[in-house]
Design a protein. Structure first.
Length: 315
């Protein structure tokens, strides 16, 4: 657990988005589910692909940077990763930063026990995440000429459903959506979005939706927008050949965009309720222009872009 006298803190702190980009184009790389230390070879493959990384204006760490629980050793691995990341970045938390009861790296139970921890324990781990990155809150917004970027962190510590946002964060999201009616919105959250209809897949068991479930007035705000809202997430570990990987509409102008995991532990068939390890490694980045978004899938083993999908809209 966190040592209050010497809390872990990143030596490479996040940079605000507007300090890192120009006004006519924006290239963003979400890196989800890094689970650093789980597969060092995958991390090395990613970081050594510098020509690809240097194409990016900005990187968004999309949650689950920590391998398991958010231990000091795991955060040290995150710090080492950030020291080698050649681009400015921001970060949001996933479930592995706060949800599970922490097992010490030397306990013999590390990586084997997945018990939900107490409300107090969750709060402490989220505070540790904030301190590490120097954040005042788990959520924030960046206003860019090409759209509004909203960064959300899973944080409803009193809810056993990990893919949940606190009331305060939902109120923040509603206010930002009201203020951004005249521009496209890009929302980065570790878990996918659900607006009434479940994901067309089984996530470990058929009781779990794996999604942030938005309802009532906030759902109406999203579904009645005239300009697009793009929800970018990880969490469910999809490989690019999975049938849900292509971006798709879940509302009239609401798009769900799944980002691949970043260590080769994925689902690629309907029958895979649980991810499986494989030897490939992919990323999916965004090239944003006025009234146009291109999603590009990159193979880090081949060091080549292998697929793209373009979405256009009218102002």
């Amino acid at each position: 657990m966190m040592n209050e006298d010497d809390p872990v803190r990143s030596t490479t702190l996040p940079t605000p988005l507007l300090e890192s980009t120009n006004e006519s184009s924006l290239t963003l790389l979400p890196l989800s589910d890094l689970h650093l230390t789980a597969k060092p070879a995958a991390t090395e493959t990613l970081l050594s692909n510098r020509q690809y990384l240097e194409r990016m204006d900005y990187v968004v760490l999309l949650g689950d940077q920590c391998a398991c629980y958010g231990t000091d050793a795991e955060y040290s691995a995150v710090d080492a990763f950030l020291q080698r990341l050649p681009r400015p970045y921001t970060a949001i938390n996933g479930n592995h930063e706060f949800y599970f009861e922490v097992c010490d790296d030397r306990s013999g139970q590390y990586g084997l026990v997945w018990r939900e921890q107490s409300v107090e324990g969750k709060a402490q781990q989220l505070q540790k995440f904030r301190h590490f990155f120097g954040f005042d809150t788990l959520w924030r917004v960046a206003h860019h000429p090409l759209g509004t970027c909203i960064f959300l962190g899973l944080d409803d510590i009193e809810n056993s459903k990990v893919e949940s946002l606190s009331v305060a964060q939902l109120e923040f999201l509603a206010a930002e959506l009201r203020a951004a009616q005249d521009r496209p919105v890009f929302i980065f959250c570790h878990a996918p979005l659900m607006l009434g209809q479940r994901l067309d897949m089984v996530y470990y068991d058929d009781q779990r939706t794996a999604c942030v479930e938005i309802e009532c007035q906030l759902r109406e705000l999203m579904e009645t927008r005239e300009l697009p809202l793009f929800w970018l997430s990880g969490h469910i570990h999809l490989r690019p050949d999975h049938y849900l990987f292509a971006a798709y509409n879940i509302g009239p102008h609401v798009w769900q965009i799944h980002c691949p995991d970043s260590w080769g532990y994925s689902r690629w068939t309907r029958e895979q309720y649980k991810p499986q390890r494989h030897k490939q490694l992919f990323s999916r980045h965004l090239e944003i222009r006025r009234n146009k978004l291109t999603l590009i899938t990159h193979d880090h083993i081949q060091r080549a872009d292998i697929a793209s999908q373009t979405i256009v809209w009218e102002s």
